[in-house]
Design a protein around this ligand. Structure first.
Ligand code: ZN
Ligand code: ZN
Length: 372
């Protein structure tokens, strides 16, 4: 079967390993449902995600902290509108509940948009694509090793590309069986590779990546404003009341204000800090992932720079917040076509073996970048 010669048995073993692995993962997913009608792709989605409303809503598997976020925002804002706003509206201006209401709906809208959408998940390779890529990796290995008959060495499984003069390593994902495009990373909680992966945020119950980063940023920024707004006017409310009845009586008269002030006081620091941090990241076009890893910091005296930065703060902000939104690549509401014959493996294999190195490089590039 293998025309490669010397390393034949080893490679056969490698192929069978891959084919058993990949055929079991996408089709025999744990949340496969038994039903008569055509199945949608989300029903057999291989990642650890939750889907609601027939695949329209997509979240991470663990959503407990997300519900805590929603409850905290709803309760704090609800108490503010119910107990502080009537007094403030009468004594100062009705603009206070109006502005508060606009901020509240903006916060909830951006939160739900971040939580319920596809963060930019990269589809896993099909069994055929995975086997093709595996063969190419094997071929490259053979060439690299030459005719040396030394012991089996695992293939390097990284590729290098040059982006704006900076060498960027592309790593092979053993779960998704693809070479990750630049800036993508595999989320261990959701078990997906995510494009321009920023981080997994349990507070929003989703990964933050290429497709929902701007909504995440608008969420934390507007939440900072809402928290400061509520805190400031709750304090104003208590001060105005205490001028009439004394401080202790004011606290007794509006116990809700005390609770709101406590929640706002303890959360405002982290929320404002996070907004500041992400403002810095956006202005330099970095991801949290790159910042934590120190991808673009100078290492051992070596000159290092971020190849994705446009060079000025304004363009970086525009690119992150106003650039076109890329479409979802996983087509989670699309129908499965179980009877569609996949590319015949043997003939495909022969083509690949017969192909010249440049051709197989091209196929390799198409395989890994068709998704980016
Ligand atoms: Zn992956
Ligand atoms: Zn995740």
């Amino acid at each position: 079967m293998s025309p490669g010669g010397g390393s034949g048995p080893m490679k056969d073993c490698e192929y069978s390993q891959i084919s058993t692995h990949s055929s079991s993962s996408p089709m025999e997913s744990p949340h496969k449902k038994k039903q008569a009608g055509p199945q949608r792709k989300w029903e057999v989605f291989p990642g650890r995600n939750k889907f609601f409303c027939n695949g329209r809503i997509m979240m991470a598997r663990q959503t407990g902290v997300f519900y805590l976020t929603v409850v905290l925002i709803l309760v704090t804002s609800g108490l503010f509108f119910a107990f502080d706003c009537p007094y403030l509206s009468e004594k100062i201006t009705p603009a206070i509940p109006a502005i508060g209401g606009i901020l509240f709906f903006f916060v909830m809208g951006t939160l739900l948009r971040t939580s319920f959408s596809d963060p930019g998940v990269l589809p896993r390779a099909t069994p055929d694509e995975a086997a093709d890529l595996e063969r190419q990796i094997g071929n490259t290995e053979d060439i690299a090793n030459g005719s040396s008959s030394g012991g089996y060495r695992p293939p390097p499984r990284t590729k290098e590309v040059i982006i704006n003069g900076q060498t960027v390593k592309l790593k092979y994902c053993f779960t998704c069986k693809i070479f990750r495009p630049p800036r993508a990373s595999h989320c261990s909680l959701c078990d997906n590779c995510v494009e321009r992966f920023d981080h997994h945020c349990p507070w929003v119950g989703n990964c933050v990546g290429k497709r929902n980063y701007r909504f995440f940023y608008m969420f934390i920024l507007s939440l900072s404003f809402l928290t400061v707004f509520i805190f400031a006017f709750v304090i104003t409310h208590v001060i105005l009341r205490s001028q009439q009845t004394g401080f202790l009586n004011a606290l007794k008269d509006s116990p809700a204000s005390v609770l709101e002030a406590v929640v706002c006081f303890f959360s405002v620091w982290s929320i404002v800090g996070l907004s500041g941090f992400h403002t810095y990241l956006i202005s330099s076009n970095q991801t949290t992932n790159e910042d934590i890893k120190g991808s673009w910091s100078n290492k051992r005296g070596k000159e290092n720079y971020n190849p994705y930065s446009y060079g000025n703060i304004f363009t970086n902000c525009c690119a992150a917040l106003c650039g076109p939104l890329s479409p979802s690549l996983i087509d989670r509401r699309g129908f499965l076509q179980p009877d569609t014959p996949q590319l015949a493996a043997p003939s495909n294999g022969i083509t690949m073996y017969g192909a010249t190195q440049s051709q197989s490089n091209m196929v390799q590039a198409i395989l890994s970048f068709s998704v980016s």
